[in-house]
Design a protein around this ligand. Sequence first.
Ligand code: SAH
Length: 201
Amino acid sequence: MVREQVVSRGVRDRRVLKAMRRVPREKFVPTRMQHEAYKDSPLPIPGGQTISQPYIVAFMVKALNLSGGEKVLEVGTGSGYAAAVLAEIAAEVFTIERIGELAEGAATVLKNSGYSNVHVRHADGTEGWIGEAPFDAILVSAGAPKVPKSLLNQLKIGGNLVLPIGLAHRAQELIRVTRIGENEFEQEDLAEVCFVPLIGK
Ligand code: SAH
């Protein structure tokens, strides 16, 4: 999977590749789809949601520019797969999911897979995780109409926020916002993507 889907498309970051090689993706897909766990596509998970395509996870994690040891926030836990990849690099991962069944499922799989540095919360992630802020990096795994203000406020200066912007199931743009000062942010367009919608405040 890593060689054929990730490296071949240009993601070369050693930390990201190592993390992707270590996470057992089959544990994060529904039992009846386990034979498709390493396929080059997103897969359905409960609640009408999806576990992202492996390459997209690699691309987004790479875009955060982590060097190891960070405190990271993820919005949209879904299966917990991207949280596990993040947890292989970062020191601590805080991840929020609005669908209770998914939050519970992800928390169980992550715990059983030994990811004691991932903390899952069932809530609206557009508000961030106030008690744990600020974060070195924030990853949003669902398409938002615009960048949620509370997430910008919870980003450390120098930190990166990566998220898809745009309407669901249309062309969305994956962007990176870097906080360069208390009230200064820089924004870059990274790629065209397609995510399920971010639903919340
Ligand atoms: N990172 C996930 C991808 C999940 S798809 C994985 O690796 O499997 C995006 C997820 O975002 C869905 O599970 C959806 O329920 C969730 N979501 C959408 N809006 C949200 C919100 N406001 N707060 C938290 N989670 C949200």
